[in-house]
Unconditional design. Structure first.
Length: 437
């Protein structure tokens, strides 16, 4: 006997598409490109140097790296010189040109932080330069060495993530740096984060100044869109996409899906992604007898992700920490509602009761998934809400708003140096005393 969720299909879907291994850069329309050029020209911003822990091709790359790629691609398309400085990727070239910007890989997993700082101290500042630091757990300490105006991308506080991925002593060191040592150095630095709920945690937990933290949501690419109704999965399908790492809590999701299976016997589920937690998750899947209906296909390409979202009845994320939850708005752009853990980031990516449901804990998440699968009216309403909400977000808007923050910092620095030059001239200092290289 089948459960009630088998009585009606979801209201969207698409035929299977061929695999594409690399993310494609977003293509800005001519109007958006002109806006970016205008913002840069008015401020004198010419070059952006980004320091980041990982590159898009790193085996552990995730949402932070994808976000940087999207923004950098659009800036580069508008004629801004963009270089991303990251750690080395084993077996990959040290210098790569991608989507109009350059990636320079030097230094190991931990050495990249020191090397970036030394290079920053030795680097001669040129007019029109700006630095972007991506603070992803461990900071680069850019306020100590950056000679150019600088901005920090901080997607979320890592908090208990340190204990999930590091030995106890290293975890305690990471927590101390994040919560106590680094924040005082960054209180005068402009910070960009992805969501209001993440901003609240950054201000409350790290003590950063509220007036210095700006919220700019990520975008959704145009390729994420609803498919034809007759291509939806004929049986209830749950989709989850992400790196197979502890913070994503896919073990919790697998246990929750086992609960759902008891009420929806024809359930199928796909957890797409790869990572070092795979062996543990595979063992859990076997121990729960879920191998026949729960698939872990590993890495999938751009078009297969779109196809998966379109076929799914619901998209799920049960992460412990997220700055936003881009997979949920991508699924929403395909007309697929979400069930997500009730955490900062998700509270902005999912509008509870409108584009999906938020829940806390294994039992509540299982209940929310079952509810969406079993109620076609609710599923259709949440799917429509998810589609309408996702259409509000574009990468062009994210790139423009982020560039405006950088331009403000360039203008502020120019004003500061102009005042310095004026003061030097008045005091009889030499003409080069405060000059900008």
């Amino acid at each position: 006997m089948t459960g009630p969720a088998d009585t009606r299909r979801c209201w969207h879907g698409a035929a299977r598409s061929p695999l594409r291994e690399q993310p494609t850069p977003p293509v800005a329309d001519a109007g958006a490109e002109r806006e970016l050029r205008t913002i840069a020209a008015k401020s004198g911003l010419e070059r952006v140097r980004v320091v980041a822990w990982r590159d898009l091709e790193h085996p552990e790359a995730g949402g932070s790296e994808l976000h940087a790629h999207r923004i950098a691609s659009l800036w580069a398309a508008a004629g801004i010189g963009v270089e991303i400085r990251t750690s080395e990727v084993r077996g990959a070239e040290r210098v790569v040109d991608r989507a109009g910007y350059r990636v320079v890989r030097r230094g190991g997993r931990y050495g990249v932080f020191a090397r970036a700082g030394v290079e920053g101290l030795l680097r001669r500042r040129r007019r029109g330069d700006v630095l972007v630091e991506i603070w992803n757990g461990m900071p680069f300490w850019s306020p100590l060495w950056s000679r150019a105006p600088h901005v920090v991308f901080l997607h979320h506080v890592h908090a208990e993530m340190w204990r999930m991925v590091l030995p106890p002593r290293m975890a305690r060191a990471g927590e101390l740096i994040e919560r106590r040592v680094a924040p005082p150095l960054y209180r005068s630095t402009r910070v960009i984060t992805l969501s209001q709920s993440s901003r609240a945690e950054i201000v409350d937990m790290l003590g950063l100044r509220p007036d210095k933290v700006t919220v700019i949501p990520p975008g959704v690419e145009r390729r994420f869109s609803p498919g034809p109704p007759d291509a939806c999965s004929p049986v209830p399908l749950v989709a989850a996409v992400g790196r197979l790492v502890p913070v994503k809590r896919f073990d919790l999701l697998i246990r929750a899906l086992t609960r759902v299976k008891a009420f929806v016997p024809s359930l199928r589920a796909v957890i797409a992604g790869d990572g070092y937690d795979r062996s543990r998750l595979e063992a859990l899947r076997r121990s729960l007898g879920a191998t026949a209906w729960l698939s872990l296909p590993g890495h999938v390409g751009d078009d297969e992700i779109v196809d998966l979202y379109r076929r799914a009845w619901v998209a799920v994320s049960v992460s412990q920490r997220e700055g936003w939850g881009m997979t949920l708005t991508e699924a929403g752009a395909c007309g697929t509602p979400a069930v997500a853990s009730d955490i900062a980031g998700h509270r902005d990516a999912v509008l509870h009761g409108w584009s999906g449901l938020l829940a806390d804990g294994e039992e509540a998440i299982a209940s929310a998934i079952t509810r969406v699968l079993a109620d076609p009216v609710l599923r259709a309403r949440l799917g429509a809400g998810a589609l309408a909400y996702a259409q509000k977000f574009t990468w062009e808007a994210a790139a423009r708003a982020t560039l405006e923050v950088l331009a403000e910092e360039v203008r502020a620095a120019r004003g500061f140096y102009s005042l310095s030059l004026g003061a030097d001239a008045g005091s009889g200092a030499g003409p080069g005393a405060g000059a900008v290289a």
